[in-house]
Design a protein around this ligand. Structure first.
Ligand code: FAD
Ligand code: SIN
Length: 524
């Protein structure tokens, strides 16, 4: 029988405490945030570097920003969603400032605007040079902690969605104190991306695709899973996660050189180092996979100003024994962001009533096959608020005591299983990485299937395995190259496949429970 120690009734549950989760909770005004980390310091948000894209310059407009967003999307970005995203950027930056976020300023006192790849204008708002995410997380965390109607449950693992008939009605959560069935009429998945299923990634250890895996087990429609963005410039220095060398460095004039000191990006794309991210990542990968080193050279462009202008990168490089003022930075592509995720409409509603998704865990189609730099923090800020509005407008209630949850939610361990996790990560990097082909993709599927019996019973390993399989299958099904998805055996785009991809997973077998029979009940 399924072990449940406590049933807790709540108005709305937000899973995840990154920019998307906290924006949703603050916009709802009354919510419970479940996070497996510490508030403010888990997921990708606090490590974000370059900034937040917003068309604040006199020569800029939301329409230009939306145009750039769609231009890098491999032909399948949703124009209407891009217009929503970019049209609300300025007001979301103001909202963050009203919460207390401090952004870097130009000499005239206006917000300083940087430039990154694929942007036709200077429009990247940043903080602390390259510490934007830390400031965003700080401001959101202070506001959340101060809010008396937002409950925060830290170090708590969301395991699986609870259902009542055809609705999502809560989430099963494991904490040190026991297993709780949190019941609510609205559940928001804001668990971030999937970077940790790759051996090379910029993502922190929490980013294991849990929300995607649990949505799949509940039978929610998923979209665009094959589109994984690889950042071209992670510091290749044996650290895990790999420290990011922000694109803003290239925006500031840093160049990419090969082992002979040649600047090769000019031969690849007219925008050279500021070409769309997928193009730069593939060009760097082509060298690295052939055993040739690639370096980011910021000595001239940044030089002595490094500690002031890019303190986060400076500290990471010095920790790795490299002084970027005088030395070249060795780089490799690394899994960085997932364009795919839980399919949502323009207000964040998933295919399952009662379930919403926001941030990197969601796939609204705004990024298509390739995300424009610095559009992701913005996505959390904009769509987190939109989801909250939609939930408030829906005015739903769940009654009754009979619920179901995926049957393998019982007896799970939240301890890491390093050996299995590393094997998943290695096969994903080798076979479902920057360059793919059918043989490798089939090998990855066989590898993760072979690991399945050992992953059973381990929450994180099992989620990683489910995610790895779904991504590999989606990549196998797209027999063309588009955006971040590059198939060596199908190197061209195919006009007939110029559309998003959707998967409708079969819900996992479920086990029923009667909430009225659980001894402990908490109402808030
Ligand atoms: P996250 O911030 O990843 O938060 C996910 C949350 O979910 C975490 O709190 C985690 O603990 C929680 N969680 C996960 N699983 C569970 C579970 N089972 N139970 C409970 N809680 C769970 N984007 C930009 O726009 N600009 C940038 O400059 C930028 N720089 C970046 C630099 C780095 C190094 C990285 C890794 C990413 C960067 N990105 C940037 C991307 C951006 O940071 C992310 O896409 C964005 O922060 C995702 O926000 P999120 O709220 O969706 O998820
Ligand atoms: C970076 O600073 O290069 C990351 C920006 C992003 O991922 O949007």
């Amino acid at each position: 029988m399924l072990r449940i120690d406590l049933v807790a009734h709540r108005d709305a549950i937000v899973i995840g405490s990154g920019v998307a989760g906290l924006t949703t909770a603050l916009s709802l005004g009354r919510a419970t945030v479940i996070t497996k980390g510490t508030l403010g310091w888990s997921g990708s948000t606090p490590w974000s570097q370059g900034g937040i894209a917003a068309s604040l310059g006199r020569d800029d407009s939301p329409a230009l920003h939306a145009g750039d967003t769609v231009a890098v999307s491999g032909g399948i970005g949703e124009q209407a969603v891009a217009a929503l995203l970019t049209g609300r950027a300025a007001s979301r930056i103001q909202w963050l400032q009203d919460l207390g976020a401090e952004f870097d300023r130009a000499a005239d006192g206006s917000l300083a605007l940087g430039r990154e790849a694929g942007h036709s204008r200077f429009r990247i708002v940043h903080a602390g040079g390259d510490a934007t995410g830390a400031e965003v997380a700080r401001a959101l965390t202070v506001a959340t902690r101060a809010h008396r109607d937002i409950e925060v449950v830290e170090h708590a693992y969301a395991v699986d969605l609870i259902r009542r008939d055809d609705r999502v009605a809560g989430v099963l959560v494991i904490q040190a104190s026991g297993v709780t069935a949190y019941l609510a009429p609205a559940v928001v998945i804001a668990t971030g991306g999937i970077g940790r299923v790759y051996a090379r990634t910029t993502n922190s250890p929490e980013v294991t695709g849990d929300g995607l895996a649990m949505a799949a087990r509940a039978g929610a429609t998923l979209a665009d899973l094959e589109f994984v963005q690889f950042h071209p410039t992670a510091l290749a220095a044996t650290l895990d996660p790999m420290p990011l060398l922000t694109e803003a460095l290239r925006g500031a004039g840093a160049i990419l050189v090969d082992g002979l000191g040649r600047r090769f990006m000019r031969d690849v794309h007219p925008a050279a180092e500021l070409a769309p991210r997928d193009i730069v990542a593939r060009a760097v990968f082509a060298h690295v996979v052939g055993g040739q080193p690639v370096y980011l050279d910021a000595r001239q462009a940044v030089g002595a100003a490094f500690p002031d202008r890019f303190p986060t990168v400076f500290e990471a490089a010095m920790k790795a024994g490299i002084d970027p003022r005088t030395q070249l930075l060795p780089v490799s592509p690394a899994a960085h962001y997932h364009m795919g995720g839980i399919a949502v409409d323009e207000v964040g509603q998933t295919s399952l009533p009662g379930l919403w998704a926001a941030g990197e865990a969601a796939s609204s189609g705004v990024h298509g096959a390739n995300r424009l730099a610095s559009n992701s923090l913005l996505e959390g800020l904009v769509f987190g608020a939109t989801v909250a509005d939609a939930i408030v407008a829906a005015r739903i209630a769940v009654t009754g005591d009979h619920f179901t949850v995926a049957d393998h939610a019982d007896g799970l361990s939240t301890d890491p299983e390093p050996d299995i996790e590393q094997q998943i990560r290695e096969t994903m990097w080798a076979n479902v990485g920057v360059v793919r082909d059918a043989t490798g993709l089939e090998r990855a599927i066989a590898d993760v299937d072979a690991l399945a019996p050992r992953a059973a019973g381990h929450l994180v390993a099992r989620n990683m395995l489910d995610v790895a399989r779904l991504v590999a299958e989606s990549a196998l099904a797209r027999t063309e190259s588009r955006g971040a998805h590059y198939r060596a055996d199908y190197p061209d785009a195919d006009a007939e496949q110029a559309h998003r991809s959707f998967i409708e997973p079969v819900a996992a077998p479920a086990v029923a429970f009667d909430a009225a029979r659980v001894a402990g009940v908490g109402v808030r």
